[in-house]
Design a protein around this ligand. Structure first.
Ligand SMILES: [Zn+2]
Length: 408
């Protein structure tokens, strides 16, 4: 079989001949997917993100598992941007993917890759969004799934996963205890090796092939801006794989000659669980945190698997990292809904809070073109939704009272 891509170790630079491995067999380094050609022949006849198949790890189109992921809208801010003096603010609404988050791009590539390798099942950890995506694409491909969720994962996210039918287990202390986190990952890897399953963790350091799906966000943003790259891109960061993949996508798009320059990348983390922001501020590698005091599900990882990749990407792109307090995030979530019509989960709302903070502090001047990646839809986190709307009045009235309503 001829592959149009290679796995190259980012540590030692060696090419890895076995496309089924997750890490470099020599030193455990992160594997980077490189393609035979920098050209981008689009394949519009293929579904979803597979129109970019020439830059995805596909061996035969018959393996493609798609639910129509990608091609999400890039919306110019209707009000919030001009309110703060940033007229060229855009939001990439990833909540419009088939299961409500950008993770569908990753699951589409991951489950397709699983079929290419002839594996019988997938296994993963997730706080919810990746689990829902893998479960949906796994159901579509009729393969079994085993999902190990965080102890504090939101109930609404778990309910969505259960609906697709995989085996779901909640792991004690997973999500706020680095020891439980590392033991879980090591044991899932061993379980997968014993059964010839595919481990799909949404991190470049664990599933470099599946993560290629996330870089298509950069391709789409560049296309939607008519070949102009944004000046700054704000990305919610938990594990770090999304930011790192989007940065890779922009670099590939430029190498193909489709944009003239690259954006600066900004990592946005939740205060109280921000090991990457802390490392960035102290100019040192990422160190796991002892505990996590943020409740912003989806981006609370004490030991981010792609944390050091993100630090490298921020340096390379001349970007930065910042953290947002949970209460500020919830306020940002409410503003996006009431001022922009964008109903997103708190993990997505951090980007708007961060843009505002950077404009107030002077880090943004106001003349930049800024894109915020809104990673998931508001239905994902029922508790946060409740919190956002708890103080809204909902009076019970008689039909006759309708005539007495005066315009507000
Ligand atoms: Zn290596």
């Amino acid at each position: 079989m001829v592959y149009m891509f290679q796995l190259v170790c980012l540590t030692c630079g060696q090419i890895c001949g076995d496309i089924s491995v997750a890490n470099c067999p020599h030193d455990g380094g992160v594997l980077d997917l490189r393609y035979d050609s920098d050209e981008f022949p689009l394949q519009p006849q293929l579904p979803g993100i597979w129109r970019y198949a020439s830059q995805l790890p596909l061996t035969d189109a018959k393996h493609i598992v798609s639910l129509g992921e990608g091609d999400t809208p890039l919306l110019k801010s209707a009000q919030l941007g001009s309110d703060i003096g940033l007229p060229r603010l855009y939001f990439k609404n990833e909540g419009l993917n088939p299961t409500g988050s950008y993770k569908d791009r990753i699951a589409s590539v991951g489950i397709t890759y699983l079929r290419q390798l002839g594996r019988g099942a997938w296994a993963a950890t997730s706080s919810g969004n990746a689990g829902a995506s893998l479960a949906a694409y796994g159901a579509r491909a009729a393969v079994d799934g085993y999902l190990f969720t965080l102890e504090r994962a939101p109930r609404a996210k778990i309910a969505q996963i259960l609906a697709y039918g995989p085996r779901v287990m909640s792991v004690k202390r997973l999500g706020y205890d680095p020891v439980a986190e590392q033991a879980t990952w090591a044991n899932i890897a061993a379980l997968c090796a014993a059964n010839e399953w595919l481990m799909l963790i949404t991190a470049r350091s664990n599933s470099p092939h599946a993560m290629e799906g996330a870089k298509t966000i950069a391709y789409e943003v560049s296309q939607q801006m008519q070949g102009e790259a944004p000046d700054v891109v704000y990305v919610p960061v938990g594990g770090g794989g999304l930011l790192s993949s989007i940065w890779k996508g922009f670099k590939e798009w430029r190498r193909a000659g489709k944009i003239a320059r690259l954006p600066r990348m900004v990592a946005v983390q939740p205060m109280g669980c921000d090991p990457i922001t802390q490392a960035w501020g102290a100019s040192r590698p990422v160190e796991p945190l002892e505990d996590c005091s943020s409740a912003v599900s989806g981006i609370i990882l004490t030991s981010p698997p792609d944390g050091d990749l993100v630090l490298g990407d921020l340096r390379e792109s001349e970007g930065w990292a910042l953290s947002i307090a949970d209460e500020v995030t919830y306020a940002a979530q409410a503003e996006l809904a009431s001022c922009e019509g964008l109903f997103v989960e708190p993990a997505a709302a951090v980007v708007w809070a961060a843009v505002k903070a950077d404009l107030l502090s002077g880090r943004l001047k106001g003349d930049e073109t800024v894109v915020g990646i809104l990673t998931g839809i508001g239905f994902k986190d029922g508790a946060a939704l409740q919190k956002m709307t708890d103080d809204k009045p909902l009076p019970m009235i008689e039909a006759g009272e309708i005539l007495h309503i005066s315009p507000s």
